[in-house]
Design a protein around this ligand. Sequence first.
Ligand SMILES: [Zn+2]
Length: 136
Amino acid sequence: MQNNKRDSKGRFLPGNISPMKGRKGVHNSPGTEFKQGISNNRLKKNPMWKGGIRNDSSGYVSIKTPDHPHADRYGYVKEHRLVMEKHLGRYLEKQEVVHHINEDRTDNKIENLQLMESLSEHMTLHNKQVRDTNGS
Ligand SMILES: [Zn+2]
């Protein structure tokens, strides 16, 4: 009788260990998938907005460029001016204006930008366009 009890305990213990090893292997992969899901949703969106790009009230896109000589008090410069400056290889004068050819102020491709020598020249251009569409 005593010999039989010892035998049944001996068989029971190794039987418990092997199923636990199997479970550990299964648990690993869902754990890492879950962590990746959280970081993708929460972390990817925020840095986009803290990257120094701003849409101001006038509809222009501004880029944070604190070292720029014409940056505003928050360190932002209008993107279309930066694109034109890169194209020209110099800073724009304060009186110079960069016009959006297709009138889309967020379309800052160099092909869409036109350098105007002064604000009045720019105003004249826009007035002409308004007159044309009004037919007067
Ligand atoms: Zn314009």
